[in-house]
Ligand binder design. Structure first.
Ligand SMILES: Cc1cc2nc3c(=O)[nH]c(=O)nc-3n(C[C@H](O)[C@H](O)[C@H](O)COP(=O)(O)OP(=O)(O)OC[C@H]3O[C@@H](n4cnc5c(N)ncnc54)[C@H](O)[C@@H]3O)c2cc1C
Length: 237
């Protein structure tokens, strides 16, 4: 465990709006916004000074991506605005209780909350009058709700050392103990899915490549279950 470390921690603004994605001109694509190409320098400046320009903004539109959203939640939309948030800035409140962290913490949080809202409205001014609710998460929120020890967003850090660790594998030396999720493969929902598949294969004693082929060839019941290879470009999403 000493050979791996947590990935970056983050601040995330969660905002709810009145209106559909169509009404509010909300896209399905994510926005990745960087102040300049000097990413390392921008990150260093921000880590040294929380008032410095955000080194990166990721703006995402979860409700616009959900084809069933409008039927389930009419006239509502959601947006996430995410940036880096070093754990060290919040470490002194580690061990405190959610919503009971005191005025100093709330003041710090509110500053980032407003700054991220301002950034959102800079790129999407049409959302300003439609805002109904917004809330900020800090690395402490991620640690509290997710049990990620340092509020990290993507599990273990993705440095070279991490990918050299042969023990990060679904099968462990202890019989009956398996590992799974993003940390045995790579970060993100995609990594977690593949990790889950690899662990299931290991537990069932199946070759992961054969399981991958079964998944690739799978069809919904009304289309019949095919075992023949699929033509390129016809693989179900
Ligand atoms: C705000 C945010 C936005 C994100 N956006 C994206 C995105 O757009 N695209 C993308 O690909 N990824 C995104 N991610 C990352 C993605 O959520 C993770 O990569 C993914 O959830 C990892 O899945 P996992 O199953 O490996 O781990 P997790 O989803 O972290 O699941 C681990 C589970 O184990 C539980 N747990 C931990 N410790 C214990 C314990 N001791 N006892 C019992 N349970 C425990 C946790 O509570 C958690 O439920 C985002 C993450 C965050 C926080």
């Amino acid at each position: 465990m000493k050979k791996v470390k947590p990935s970056s921690s983050h601040l995330c603004l969660y905002a709810g709006f009145k209106g559909t994605a169509k009404d509010l001109n909300i896209p399905r694509t994510n926005f990745w916004i960087y102040p300049s190409a000097d990413h390392e320098g921008n990150l260093e400046r921000f880590q040294a000074n929380p008032d410095a320009e955000f080194p990166m903004l990721y703006i995402s539109f979860p409700s616009a991506k959900d084809p069933e959203w409008d039927g389930n939640y009419p006239n509502k939309s959601t947006v996430e605005v995410l940036t880096f948030g070093p754990w060290e800035w919040f470490a002194k409140w580690d061990g405190t209780t959610w919503c009971q962290r005191g005025e100093e913490y709330e003041t710090l949080k509110e500053k980032f909350h407003q700054r991220l809202l301002d950034e959102l409205f800079k790129y999407m001014p049409q959302l300003k009058d439609a805002l109904v609710y917004s809330e900020l998460s800090t690395p402490l929120s991620t640690a509290w709700f997710q049990l990620n020890p340092k509020g990290e967003i993507y599990g273990l850090d993705h440095d070279v050392q991490r990918f050299k660790q042969e023990w990060l594998h679904s099968i462990t030396p202890i019989k009956g103990l398996y590992l799974t999720g993003q940390d045995i493969i790579s970060g993100g929902v995609g990594g977690a899915l593949v990790g889950g598949m690899m662990t299931t294969s290991a537990m069932m004693g199946k070759d992961a490549m054969k399981v991958m082929k079964l998944l690739k060839d799978w069809r919904p019941a009304d289309e019949g279950t095919s075992t023949t290879p699929t033509a390129p470009g016809k693989t179900p999403g």
